[in-house]
Design a protein around this ligand. Structure first.
Ligand code: CA
Length: 376
């Protein structure tokens, strides 16, 4: 008898708990000659997210993760997704899951940097790690232990569950020729990237996604970053600012996360814990693939259909970004103990990874670009 037949045949013995509860009852049918009485249970969890409903890449990734957990557990753990604002506001999900009013959250850890600067490292920091490197650091370089420690303080268990890949540098009304062009420039850039901009004389603003286009359109801001071609095309920034700069020094591979109320996670049987963990790992890979496939397509549309001018930041501008970024990161050593230890772990990993990535990814990609000469 497979599990599905088993569940169907004993449906009357099962109780589906109210959302958020962990209901376990003995199935009468299990107390037969089949063997010792087994405990079986069905659980429903709510996943609150920072994304609007079906938001490309991120919201759809949350949906795919919920569906994967539900399917892998054959319905023993059913996850229902709530878009931002439908149960709690986007930036209220951390506290909601911490307090247990929802069981899972889906967002990006740098949204919680107001609680501790350490939370930047598990999403993105300026001149930080690529998607591949972030995965390597978290899963094999000690990052997960630090991630766990930071979230355990809030009663949470975190998982890397996606990545946007490399982000773009942003949309500018005017061309950037020297670092002087940033003096007085008003740009939307949240987090530590915004700190870097302030150091080079710009004004950094942190606007929520839906507020960016109106601000750029009215001239309240001169420039903005968002994600990459796929998401940026959808917001229509090309209608206002034609200069699209790369690379995104501030978010070279932004980690997307799923976190679980730790008491609820610890109460799961071991196989369901493994399913949650494995589903997050699988979705981390899937989301990155989704972004990489769609970004390439959207980039061509922006250039060919909308006349966007693709621009690389000048070398002296990149050098100034780099110097200011290292200063901003170094100051984190003076923050709380966990932030300091995390920065040190990150820096050690990055120092080692730079040498290998230069030969492997960068070395190969430079060679391929020279041979095949891409159109962009
Ligand atoms: Ca961004």
């Amino acid at each position: 008898m497979n599990r599905r037949d088993f569940l169907a045949g004993t449906a009357t013995g099962l109780v589906v708990g109210a959302a958020g509860t962990y209901a376990a009852v003995k199935s009468s049918a299990t107390q037969t000659a089949k063997g010792p009485a087994a405990i079986t249970s069905r659980t429903q969890w709510r996943m609150v997210t920072t994304w609007p409903e079906k938001f490309p890449g991120l919201g759809t990734g949350a949906e795919r993760l919920a569906q994967r957990i539900t399917e892998m557990s054959d319905g023993r753990l059913t996850v229902k997704v709530f878009a931002a604002g439908t149960m709690v506001p986007a930036l209220g999900i951390f506290d909601a899951v911490s307090q247990g009013s929802a069981e899972m959250g889906h967002g990006a850890s740098y949204y919680w940097q107001g609680k501790s600067k350490v939370f930047n490292f598990f999403a993105a920091v300026p001149f930080g790690l690529t998607a591949n490197e972030l995965s390597a650091w978290i899963h094999f370089g000690g990052g997960q232990e630090l991630y766990d420690e930071g979230y355990a303080r809030f009663g949470l268990k975190p998982f890397l569950a996606g990545n946007t890949g490399a982000q773009m540098g942003g949309w500018f009304r005017k061309e950037i020729r020297t670092i002087e062009d940033f003096k007085g420039l008003k740009m939307r850039m949240p987090g530590l990237g915004g700190e870097v901009l302030r150091r080079i004389g710009a004004t950094a603003e942190n606007l929520a996604g839906g507020d960016i286009f109106p601000a750029l359109s009215s001239g309240r801001i001169d420039a903005t970053e968002w994600v990459g071609p796929w998401n940026d095309l959808a917001f229509g920034f090309y209608k206002i600012a034609k200069n699209y700069y790369w690379p995104g020094f501030h978010e070279p591979g932004t980690g997307i996360e799923c976190f679980v109320n730790k008491a609820k996670y610890d109460a799961l049987p071991r196989d369901l814990q493994a399913i949650v963990t494995g589903a997050c790992r699988a979705e981390a890979e899937a989301m990155l693939g989704d972004f990489n496939r769609r970004n390439g397509e959207a980039l061509r549309t922006l250039i060919d259909t909308h006349g966007v001018k693709l621009q690389r930041f000048p070398d002296d501008v990149m050098a100034a970004f780099g110097k200011a970024s290292e200063e901003v990161l170094a100051e984190l050593e003076g923050a709380d103990d966990l932030t300091k230890r995390t920065y040190q772990s990150f820096r050690k990993f990055r120092d080692e990874s730079i040498g290998w990535s230069r030969l492997a990814d960068q070395g190969y990609l430079d060679m391929r670009s020279r041979m095949l000469r891409p159109r962009t």
